[in-house]
Design a protein around this ligand. Sequence first.
Ligand SMILES: [Mn+2]
Length: 314
Amino acid sequence: MKKWPTSAATLIGIPLDLGAKNLGVDIGPDAFRHQGIIDKLSSAGLEVKDYGDIKSRDRSELEPGDDRLRYLEEIVRVSEETAKLTNEIIGRQEHVIAIGGDHSINLGVVAGASAALNGDLGLIYLDAHGDMNTADTTQTGNIHGMHLASLLGFGDERLINVHHEGAKIAKEHLLHIGGSDLDQPEIDLMEREKLPHFKLVDLLCDGMRPLLDMIDALANKVSHTWVSLDLDVIDRVYAPGAGMPNPGGLSYREIAAIAEYIGMKCNVVGIDVVEYNPLQDENKKTAELGIELIAKFFGSNYSWYTGYMAANKL
Ligand SMILES: [Mn+2]
């Protein structure tokens, strides 16, 4: 595995919240900025520029349309704009940090990165949920539960064909981690298509070793990796500010170790952190953890300890 030589990164805010019910995630990007994400990642050795936000229309101005694919048109529009920008940045061999917004923002960033890299891209997807429903299996019509299926080439064509036609991630280049709340159609899809995944129950039964082997296997198959972090994969004790706080998620110790290992073994070119609801956070600790994990995924280091040392001039 060869890392890109540059530490340049562009932060893109994508306050899109139409892929979910009202979860308060549209103020996520600004909350991360107020928490000092740029300075903190700079102290971890990344040179981060802030692109600003990719704006989406407010749901009060829109009709949801098809109730199996709510707000499809605006989500596709935002995804196209996101994909174009991500394609340019990754094409320059710079890194992307995308802050959501709900998880449907992942569709545009991965589409753009995949195009820039001619499909030589792995996707490590950390989420308590599968996000692998389609218009035919969804119970909610919320696209933040479907876009991962689209990236793999399943579901509605308008989602699959964002930015360029067809699947963006080869099935064997996916690694879904931390699933604990999967719908039956998602389990069926994962099994039928042999999609690499490591559920929370696998971690509890087998420990971390098989997961680390799966990360190694992915790093051997692709030259670049995208990491998508839904904060609800982390236990609500550590991440109370997730859109859907999880009472049975990964511990701090587990997610920090996974992030550090990915940073060590994979050439991570882009990350999205999604489903952050600042209104539910406690003392900004979820945002602070998000920043720490971004640094670790990129193979750098930033932690509360770094902050403590800096604050106390030690
Ligand atoms: Mn998700």
